[in-house]
Design a protein around this ligand. Structure first.
Ligand SMILES: CC(C)(COP(=O)(O)OP(=O)(O)OC[C@H]1O[C@@H](n2cnc3c(N)ncnc32)[C@H](O)[C@@H]1OP(=O)(O)O)[C@@H](O)C(=O)NCCC(=O)NCCS
Length: 318
């Protein structure tokens, strides 16, 4: 047996994102359901979200975000040998999204698989990409979070319809001389698996909102703190905190307990809604584009959602 030359470290080389063009405001939703802008903003923090048209698929959004991240990295499709798509909202289960997206981007014969860890999926996929590069399993990995929640939402159910949305975010992960991705802290609470679910193929996404809210505001800040500790980073050194964009009240509750006083807190949910596995790379890519965070700073990512699953790690912003 021979062991390949192994990269000692990996980092995020570049980010990219995509959102559908169609903006749906809270007032738009009041035309079809009994809700109002004040309730949505005060309970969830969302002002508007993007909803894809019927003909735009998860794979379409993933390919655009992935293509942007690849272009920004300066690599070519030939440099990529693994593609991972984190998603839980494909229209059909077969084929997987990663192989389809890789083909569209002209990436020839890469390893290609999807990860379903719901809203924690991007952090799981990023940890897997980090391990693949460091173990010699891949040179460069395209990691994408892409979701079309709108096709799994009951548009008469105001407890979910006001929250979820569509979009995609992506990262290119490659070898590095110094570590740019910290150790992942991940886990699950399967005893609460009924709290967010799609019962069968004729059903829509349903959730026990208060169960999820209580869990997210009490169980997750220790995960965030552990991810910092395992990376050897004090929360005061973080320049960004990018949690899953589930609910602004959840984001702010975790941020308060984290004590990351200098960090910019991602509040992308206000204009993007909850896009499950897409929300973290989408938020960070947009923050970078707007100049709210700087390249080289440290960002803590924290994904959590159905399963219930969670995962977090510190990264150096590309
Ligand atoms: C879903 C969630 C926003 C509901 O907020 P809540 O404060 O728990 O609200 P409740 O379900 O207790 O409902 C409170 C009232 O608002 C009403 N209400 C619920 N949805 C509403 C809406 N969209 N518009 C207006 N009123 C609404 C309820 O009917 C209820 O009315 P009542 O008091 O007259 O019975 C909240 O529980 C939540 O965000 N949970 C976490 C969910 C989450 O993040 N999921 C994704 C995880 S990845």
């Amino acid at each position: 047996m021979r062991i390949p030359d192994i990269a000692t470290a990996a980092r995020v080389l570049a980010l990219g994102h995509y959102q559908p063009a169609n903006v749906v405001s809270n007032d738009d939703l009041t035309k079809t359901m009994d809700t109002n802008d004040e309730w949505i903003q005060s309970r969830v923090g969302i002002k508007e979200r993007r909803i894809a048209p019927p003909e735009e698929s998860v794979e379409d959004m993933a390919a655009i975000a992935g293509g942007k991240a690849l272009a920004s990295s300066g690599l070519t499709p030939d440099d990529v040998d693994l593609v991972i798509v984190a998603t839980c909202t494909l229209e059909t289960q077969i084929p997987n999204a990663a192989a389809v997206v890789a083909h569209r981007l002209g990436i020839d014969s890469p390893g290609a698989f999807d990860v379903n860890a719901a809203c924690a999926g991007f952090c799981y996929a990023l940890a897997t990409a980090n391990a693949a590069v460091r173990s010699g399993g891949a040179r460069n990995v395209l990691v994408i979070g892409a979701e079309k929640l709108s096709q799994w939402i009951d548009w008469t159910d105001r407890s979910t319809a006001v929250i979820f949305a569509d979009g995609a975010g992506a990262a290119v992960v490659g070898p590095s001389e110094t570590p740019g991705i910290g150790p992942v802290v991940w886990g699950s609470s399967g005893d609460k698996s009924d709290a967010i679910r799609i019962k069968d193929r004729d059903d829509y996404l349903r959730q026990e909102g208060q169960t999820v809210f209580r869990w997210a505001t009490t169980a997750l800040h220790p995960v965030a703190l552990e991810a910092c500790e395992r990376a050897g980073v004090d929360p005061s050194e973080l320049s960004a905190f990018v949690p899953h964009q589930a609910n602004l009240r959840i984001i702010e509750a975790i941020a308060r307990k984290l004590g990351a006083d200098k960090a910019v807190i991602a509040r992308d949910i206000v204009h993007a809604g909850n896009t499950s596995a897409a929300s973290i790379p989408l938020a960070l890519s947009r923050m970078l584009e707007r100049g709210e965070v700087r390249s080289g700073g440290l960002a803590l990512m924290l994904g959590f959602g159905a399963g219930l699953t969670y995962a977090g790690q510190v990264i150096e912003i590309p």
